[in-house]
Design a protein around this ligand. Structure first.
Ligand code: NAP
Length: 352
């Protein structure tokens, strides 16, 4: 008897928790037979969220040596981690240790169709963002890296304004990522004041433009990109200032219309990240909207007929969740994956 389509998520943090919830809630619609997840540390403070994920139908997996510690806090695991990994059809790593886990566990597991890691894990596998480089996905991709949230944002701004099929109209793209210090669900990493990041990469500045470059390289485009980054002492959303020099003329109305027409872009007239964030809490899934960017329309300016400048907000984890779901559906249902992704349209908004 076939074991069916099993999705296993590693990690229950900012990305892992909503992903497990989303998969468990939409299991039937997305042709998934079983959702399993691994939790490494048995913490009383994490018990409510683990219980809620189990209540939604996901199965708890823990390291073999920690079974009794989880039982002591009244959490009953279904599988130990290594068994869960070997049963899985696809594994989504949502930890900052994807590269380490690849070496330690994943490379030995021939039966698993595909392993996916998240933004910090540069070098894990083929870079991917939904709607940006779909044509780069193949049925033989064993390792995929979902690019970071700000890279999604940079990539979709470029795609909307400067990419036409296989042709790029981008002369150069410059981005300033104004990053929130940490997520509201995280207790470390806060900064007492704005903190600038060094330009560690002399060609691309920070990893955001570097990753966008490699993302587009998977479909044969080599773009001139540079990013800078500063962390702000806020827990709300990342914001990005963008400046695109195009090879063709464009006017403000066309820029705005293109943003309005891209289903993965939301537009807003709101200048406050807190209010855009709050919209997600009120109307999104697990408090998140799954759009790749929220463009602030009144900030859009076109200079010298071909230079576009503006601000946008990054729905930090939402855009990574959407791309993770796309890779899962691509691996499980190669013939209908794009159609299946329509089930998530309810979490994409035109306007915020
Ligand atoms: N936060 C965002 O907005 C965001 C957006 C896009 C992409 N990402 C990317 O997503 C990944 C995860 O980030 P996150 O923000 O979700 O992290 P997080 O909130 O700190 O959660 C990390 C999770 O990973 C688990 N973990 C940590 N080290 C592990 C290891 N060595 N083996 C197994 N499990 C381990 C932790 O488990 P225990 O608690 O049980 O120890 C925890 O559940 C990173 O690559 C990040 O770049 C994050």
């Amino acid at each position: 008897m076939t074991k069916g389509n099993i999705v296993h998520v590693v990690g229950t943090g900012t990305i892992g928790e909503p992903l497990i919830g989303l998969l468990a809630s939409l299991k039937k619609e997305l042709y998934i037979d079983e959702v399993t997840f691994s939790k490494r540390t048995p913490l009383l403070t994490d018990r409510p969220k683990v219980r809620d994920l189990i209540k939604r139908g996901a199965k708890l997996c823990v390291p073999k040596e920690k079974f009794s510690e989880f039982k002591k806090i009244d959490l009953d695991p279904d599988y130990e981690n290594e068994e869960a990994l070997s049963r899985a059809t696809i594994v989504i790593d949502c930890t900052p240790a994807g590269l380490e886990n690849k070496k330690k566990y994943y490379e030995r597991l021939d039966e698993v169709k595909c392993f996916v890691a998240q933004g910090s894990e540069f070098g894990f596998g083929k870079m991917y963002a939904f709607g940006i480089n779909d044509e780069a996905l193949t049925n033989n991709d064993k390792y995929i890296q979902i690019v970071s949230c700000n890279t999604h944002n940079i990539a979709v701004i470029i795609k909307t304004l400067a990419i036409n099929g296989e042709i790029s109209n981008l002369s150069e793209g410059r981005f300033l990522c104004l990053r929130r210090a940490n997520d509201i669900s995280q207790s470390s990493g806060y900064v007492p004041s704005p903190k600038v990041e060094n330009h560690g990469d002399k060609s691309f500045g920070t990893h955001h433009a570097r990753d966008a470059y490699w993302l587009y390289k998977t479909i044969g485009l080599e773009l001139d990109l540079f990013s800078s980054s500063i962390k702000l002492n806020t827990q709300y959303m990342h914001s990005i200032w963008f400046n695109l020099h195009l090879n063709n003329k464009i006017d403000e109305e066309e820029v705005k219309e293109r943003f309005r027409l891209n289903p993965r872009v939301a537009v807003t007239h709101n200048q406050l990240a807190s209010e855009v964030f709050s919209f997600g809490r009120d109307h999104g899934y697990y408090g998140r909207i799954l759009n790749q960017t929220v463009v602030v329309l009144p900030t859009i300016v076109v200079r010298n007929t071909a230079e576009v400048i503006g601000f946008c907000f990054t729905p930090q984890d939402g855009n990574s969740l959407l791309s993770s779901m796309a890779v899962i559906e691509h691996a499980l249902c190669p013939d209908s994956w794009n159609e299946n992704m329509g089930k998530l349209d309810q979490f994409l908004f035109d306007e915020v």
